[in-house]
Design a protein. Structure first.
Length: 388
């Protein structure tokens, strides 16, 4: 082969080689770029999925905690952090470092060999006396290798308080019903056994039966009233009423009881007009003035007064000069059946629902009710109404 042709072939081969090499390099770079873009997309998709998952968990009202196999925190949502008032970075810390509650560690241990723990109740002995319901499950891989534990915490404090309120309500109603019923039954049996033949004794017993029957009727009426008020079923007949006139009517009904204790009733309320249900306002003032007469001191004074507030409301107060109310009882006096002095209340009668009814009637009118008192210096009950 001539030298010239040989050189030409050699040059062509070199050119082909570099072209092929350049082509391969471009392909490799393209593949690497595509692989990098694919990994970037995968990371973006994974990050987006993780973000959505975190947003989903953070939107839950239940607390969620995920632990790895060694018992270290892998994830905790916002509700969990708020429930246990934790702070700082939780991931990687042990369970007891985060919550410092041995019962939760015991639940995790049970989950390890039982697989799941359902509806375990946990009482939080803190200032709020909270109750949590805990559900836990073991996390496993496809080949059933244990990966960790997930715990879900649900705050059931409100449910517990409602259960306690219901139990107290049933107990109190049962007691209030049992006492007059027992008396009625006892006196009826005595009458049937022969006491009815003695006119003087029979009349006395019948008066006792009538008094306790009226006590039962009052309890039933109060129970129906508070049920309607709390459920929102009671319709108010709102109209322009004179509060001073209502106070005079209440005083007239309590005049005899006040006279028996040598008490003075003072109507110092200006002639305010308010948009209210006249019958319900009479019920409010009758309960407040009646309590003042019942618990005030012998020979004392019960005063009803009021003023208009800067925000355009009518503020009414009922004041007595009795023994007053202890500070720890001030926030509870409007609870159903709550009694500051149980022995005295039982002795003087009453359903224990009066102030609860007052609160609900005033609130249904868009007003507020509260009490101020010091032991030994009487008590003053206040309520507000929108001015007409």
């Amino acid at each position: 082969m001539p030298p010239t042709l040989t050189i030409l072939v050699f040059v062509v081969l070199i050119a082909v080689h570099f072209w092929w090499r350049a082509t391969m390099v471009r392909k490799i770079q393209t593949l690497r770029s595509e692989a990098a873009q694919s990994r970037s997309r995968e990371r973006a998709i994974e990050s987006e999925a993780r973000g959505r998952q975190d947003a989903l968990f953070d939107s839950m009202i239940e607390g969620v905690l995920v632990l790895d196999q060694a018992g270290r925190v892998q994830f905790a949502n916002r509700a969990f952090v708020q429930m246990f008032a934790t702070s700082g970075v939780l991931q990687g810390r042990t369970l007891l470092e985060v919550v410092r509650l041995e019962p939760i560690a015991q639940i995790v241990a049970r989950t390890a060999y039982e697989g799941r723990v359902v509806d375990q109740e946990l009482r939080m002995s803190d200032a709020e006396d909270r109750w949590l319901q805990v559900n836990a499950a073991a996390l496993t891989s496809v080949d059933r290798q244990r990966l960790g534990t997930i715990l879900v915490f649900h705050d059931v404090t409100r449910i517990k308080k409602l259960e306690r309120t219901r139990e107290e309500f049933v107990a109190n109603v049962s007691h209030e019903l049992r006492t007059p019923l027992s008396l009625i039954k006892g006196y009826v049996e005595t009458l049937l056994d022969g006491a009815k033949d003695n006119p003087e004794v029979a009349a006395k017993f019948l008066q006792t039966i009538d008094r306790n029957a009226r006590r039962l009727d009052l309890l039933i009426q109060d129970l129906l009233a508070i049920s309607e008020l709390e459920s929102g079923r009671m319709n108010l007949n709102l109209q322009l009423v004179s509060l001073r006139t209502i106070v005079e009517e209440v005083f007239a009904g309590l005049k005899e009881r006040a006279a028996q204790r040598h008490m003075k009733l003072v109507n110092a309320l200006p002639d305010f007009r308010a948009g209210a249900d006249s019958d319900r306002m009479e019920q409010v003032l009758a309960n407040l003035v009646g309590n003042a007469v019942k618990y005030g001191r012998d020979g004392g004074t019960v005063t009803v007064g009021g003023r208009t507030t800067e925000d355009g409301k009518v503020e009414v107060f009922v004041q007595d000069d009795g023994p007053g109310i202890p500070a720890e009882a001030l926030e509870r006096v409007f609870e159903r059946f709550y009694r500051v002095d149980k022995a005295r209340s039982r002795e003087q009668g009453g359903t224990g629902l009066g102030l609860a009814i007052v609160k609900h009637i005033v609130q249904s009118h868009g007003g507020a009710v509260w009490v101020q008192s010091e032991v030994g210096h009487g008590a003053t009950f206040y309520f507000t109404l929108p001015e007409a």
